[in-house]
Design a binder for this molecule. Structure first.
Ligand code: HEC
Length: 338
């Protein structure tokens, strides 16, 4: 990771970095840091992701003021879950769980004895969890978590920072299946300020955008854009996001619209036959979905019904049709990749 810590220089907006946990590269505490690349990253992520996140039909529960529920869809039929919660730093107990009863298919967040624990249960004897310290500063904190379909797939974010501790396994955690789940909040009388629950897994960038959004709604100061997002390939066009200056090409934007509309119903996060969500050109290369300049060698093209070339079966989108012009849009994009 490129560190750009220009303390004392009057560029950008001061970001207060407080209470990092489990983050060996950044041992900064209570230190004022000026970093234009982080300010730019925060702005470009917000512009790109926040409107869609706030209008998403995947929001299954949203309680903006700790009182009434502005959105509550129960039960939830989902294999994945994403949470963002603003609460008092002294909260204790099981803050939230989304479960289908008797501790099966549950993603929970527990705060106890100065620790935050995110657990992905498949049964009371088979689960995995990640545990980190409660931040050392602030009256309040923002916890965010994402629980994917696959055993072991979860992320815990505290005050905007991705936690990188070891995941502890108990028994044999299993993949989630579609089971009706309900949201329950408990153990926190009076200290929950805002809760959002999505019936899908959230990316690190999405968790960060929502953490900062909820923090600003509730006057919580020490929630930051995680410097690790600068080197996250899923962030902004795969250029690392620094400065956010590289705009995706028109050809890519057009192809992404086709892929989003025609493929994501099956190929989204957690899919065992390929996750094409949040696609960027860099990610498409990284996942070997495209061979730059060569559509007929690129599986995201040659698997399409009506594609040319002699590679692979041509049956995607599975069970549905795709127009000649959409196939050409994908081909034109790949032809133009350097
Ligand atoms: C209705 C569900 C469904 C939709 C929609 C769908 N796929 Fe698939 N896709 C599958 C399944 C199931 C497989 C695995 C079986 C196979 O390879 O035929 C698969 C496999 C693939 C693979 C092979 C993955 C690998 O790693 O080898 C590619 C590439 C692919 N799909 C591309 C697409 C593209 C591009 C679209 C959108 C235009 C699309 N699919 C839409 C269900 C779907």
């Amino acid at each position: 990771m490129k560190k750009k810590i220009l303390a004392g220089m009057a560029v950008g907006i001061p970001l207060l970095l407080l209470g990092f946990q489990n983050c060996s590269e950044f041992q900064l505490t209570d230190e004022v840091v000026f970093d234009q690349s982080l300010t730019d990253l925060a702005m470009s992520l917000d512009n790109k992701l926040l409107p869609g996140l706030l209008q998403s039909s995947d929001i299954v529960y949203w309680n903006p003021d700790g009182l009434g529920d502005s959105i509550k869809k129960n039960p939830i039929l989902a294999k994945e879950m994403g949470y963002v919660i603003a609460i008092g730093r002294n909260a204790a107990g099981k803050i939230i769980s989304v479960d289908s009863g008797s501790m099966s298919e549950e993603g929970s967040i527990l705060v106890q004895n100065g620790k935050i624990r995110a657990t992905r249960y498949t049964s009371s004897t088979s689960y995995d969890y990640l545990e980190v310290n409660v931040p050392s500063a602030g009256d309040k904190m923002v916890l965010a978590a994402s629980f994917g379909e696959k055993a072991g797939s979860f992320t815990l974010m505290v005050n905007g920072v991705i936690q990188t501790g070891t995941v502890t396994k108990v028994g044999t955690p299993l993949d989630f299946s579609y089971l009706a789940k309900g949201v329950s909040l408990s153990g926190t009388a009076g200290v929950v300020d805002e809760v959002m629950v999505y019936g899908k897994a959230l990316t690190n960038a999405e968790l960060n955008v929502l953490s900062r959004y909820v923090a600003s709604n509730n006057g919580i100061k020490n929630v930051i854009v995680d410097p690790a997002l600068l080197s996250d390939p899923s962030v902004i066009g795969g250029n690392g996001g620094g400065g956010g200056t590289t705009q995706p090409s028109a050809a890519f934007t057009a192809a992404k619209a086709v892929i989003d509309a025609r493929c994501l119903s099956c190929h989204s996060s957690g899919s065992s036959y390929g996750d094409f969500s949040n696609l960027t050109e860099a990610r498409a290369k990284q996942l070997s979905l495209v061979i730059p300049g060569s559509p007929e060698s690129s599986k995201i093209y040659y698997r399409l019904t009506g594609s040319s070339g002699s590679n692979g079966p041509k049956n995607m989108p599975s069970g549905a049709s795709i127009s000649t012009s959409d196939v050409k849009i994908v081909s034109d994009w790949i032809s133009g990749i350097k």
